[in-house]
Design a protein around this ligand. Structure first.
Ligand code: GRF
Length: 194
């Protein structure tokens, strides 16, 4: 069996992007192997999906660490080392990381954001895009740097904004593209590390 890059996915909720990565990694020639899923919310439905697919799934409840972000991240880092993780994919992971943690994983941590960065950093991207009346919206996979939703872009996919769009219809159209973009971006990064 050819070597594949050991990859962890961080989630906070439904984990549909994580699921798209797991599905893509089932192909024999996919250059990354999803070996670990971590959620900061123990109730995240994505954890069950991961376990059902034979992937180690661990909850690290950020609430147990109070304001001590370094301790929370220390636990994440320890688990990543234990599992010999080489790449981390943030997929709907709703915690901001300290510069310390991000820098430890510089060039080895990816994120997906539901907008065409640098447009619409932060939350509620679909609502804001609709309010501005833009013609195009989309998603971005990028390397994570200490500044939120910045960092080198790996891949973007655009969708049209239609006249009768609501935040829900627009977000569904973007999500479809996220599920194509993330597996493609991870493949690109993993291949370059083999
Ligand atoms: C996605 O829209 C992603 O771009 C954003 O949060 C959402 C997570 O969805 N960061 P899911 O948990 O992957 O289904």
């Amino acid at each position: 069996m050819t070597r594949r890059i050991r990859t962890a996915v961080f989630i906070s909720g439904r984990g549909s992007n994580m699921q798209s990565l797991v599905h893509a990694a089932k192909a024999k020639d996919y250059p990354a192997d999803i070996v670990l899923v971590i959620s900061n919310r123990p109730e995240a439905t994505g954890l069950e999906f991961a376990r059902a697919n034979g992937i180690t799934a661990i909850a690290v409840d950020h609430k147990l660490y109070g304001k001590d972000r370094a301790a929370f991240e220390g636990e994440l880092h320890k688990i990543l080392l234990e599992h010999k993780i080489e790449l981390v994919c943030l997929a709907g992971f709703m915690r901001l990381m300290t510069a310390d943690f991000v820098n430890r994983w510089a060039g080895r941590m990816l994120n997906i954001h539901p907008a065409l960065l640098p447009a619409y950093k932060g939350l509620h991207t679909h609502e804001r895009a609709l309010a501005d009346g833009v013609a195009q919206h989309g998603c971005t996979v990028h390397f994570v740097v200490p500044e939120m939703d910045e960092g080198p872009v790996i891949l973007q996919r655009a969708v049209p904004v239609l006249p009768d769009d609501t935040p829900e219809t627009l977000s569904a159209r973007v999500l479809e593209q996220e599920h194509i973009a993330y597996p493609a971006a991870l493949a690109q990064v993993a291949k370059s590390r083999l």
